[in-house]
Design a protein around this ligand. Structure first.
Ligand code: GCU
Length: 346
């Protein structure tokens, strides 16, 4: 798709504007509340202690002698705790940047992570298989959901599964901050599809994340609801996956055009930190044109804050719905080009 097509979409979609507050800080706080209140649910707000125990460790000669570790990670708060694995790949020297990957099961060949290449290029990886946090279904009695709700009935604004996955990721960052070989100045959170939605919400919530990467996140991720012509709608997603969201979001089903907000608010709300919106040309369910139009709408907000276009990176690669090697290469290139060499920032 061309830039002209995206700009034309932006004109015809008639998107709502973000209401301006006295300062960007206030606007951002308003956006944060909006997405917790109306879509994903309020992220639990309790003090959490984190710890990690190395379960397995070895050196990987095939990837620049990087060290691989499997960690038993525990998050603990007054009245509850949950433990799940984090998979770490640590380059020999302190990493130039760290990918925090909220991943589908890593043995699934559709969801690539070229960790050898990543480690050789000096990136650290912290990967979490999302269902280890809590299951991907309407059962709120297992994993982190079970430990948080402890059988309590979920209220209309309480967190759904996306918010719980995101909460866990923010706590994983607390732990990563304790590791000397990890670079926490440049943390890039990455997720694909439902986990792209999760990555976006995590990036909105946690200001320690320097780059938020949405890979084919689609409906209720980077895609817009206003002017929807193709792909998934709020009606479909809240019927098939109601447990990803809070109950409030279900009321927007078939009322998209009346909404006073849309998903570009989420991308914009991450400013002044960076965002990357990746799409796949044949991924019509996620609606690549809509994802890229949302990125363009958010760029307008970034521009008002004096941030250059490149603060929202993007690509549309050929092919279908997947987190492919090509996507990872784009992410590494972007970080190297715009975030590592201070003279080239901008
Ligand atoms: C379904 C769902 C999408 C989601 C995708 C995925 O297709 O409708 O919203 O992004 O699964 O996570 O792969």
């Amino acid at each position: 798709m061309t830039k002209e097509e995206i700009l034309r979409e932006l004109q015809i979609r008639n998107l709502p504007n973000i209401p301006e507050k006295a300062s960007w800080q206030e606007t951002r706080a308003w956006i944060l509340s909006l997405f917790q209140q109306e879509e994903y649910g309020w992220m639990p707000d309790v003090p959490v202690e984190v710890s990690g125990q190395i379960l397995a460790e070895d050196e990987r000669p095939a990837c620049g002698n990087a060290v691989y570790q499997k960690i038993a990670f525990t998050m603990r708060w007054a009245g509850g705790e949950h433990t799940f694995p984090i998979y770490l790949v640590l380059p020999k020297e302190k990493a130039k940047a760290t990918f925090l990957h909220i991943a589908f099961p890593l043995h699934d060949p559709v969801h690539t992570m070229p960790y050898e290449e990543m480690a050789e290029r000096g990136f650290a990886i912290a990967a979490v298989e999302y269902v280890d946090i809590t299951s991907d279904d309407g059962d709120f009695d297992n994993g982190l959901a079970g430990a948080w709700y402890q059988g309590r009935q979920r209220g209309p604004e309480d967190p759904g599964k996306i918010a719980l996955w995101a909460w866990a990721l923010t706590k994983v960052i607390d732990y990563l901050e304790t590791l000397p070989l990890i670079n926490t100045e440049i943390i890039a959170v990455v997720g694909h599809s439902r986990l792209g939605k999760t990555a976006l919400f995590t990036g909105l919530m946690d200001e320690r994340i320097a780059l938020t990467i949405s890979n084919d996140s689609g409906c209720s991720g980077a895609s817009l609801n206003h002017g929807k012509q193709v792909g998934e709608t709020i009606e479909v997603i809240t019927r098939v996956f109601p447990y990803w969201f809070n109950e409030k979001y279900l009321s927007y089903s078939n009322h998209e055009e009346e909404m006073t907000w849309d998903q570009h608010f989420l991308l914009a709300g991450i400013a002044p930190r960076r965002v990357y919106v990746a799409s796949a040309a044949e991924d019509s369910w996620a609606d690549p044109l809509s994802e890229q139009t949302a990125a363009e709408a958010a760029r307008e907000v970034f521009a008002k804050l004096g941030l250059p276009r490149s603060f929202i990176g993007s690509h549309v690669r050929p092919g279908g719905h997947a987190l492919a090697r090509q996507d990872w290469l784009h992410y590494m290139d972007y970080i190297e080009k715009y975030m590592l060499d201070s003279e080239k920032r901008g």
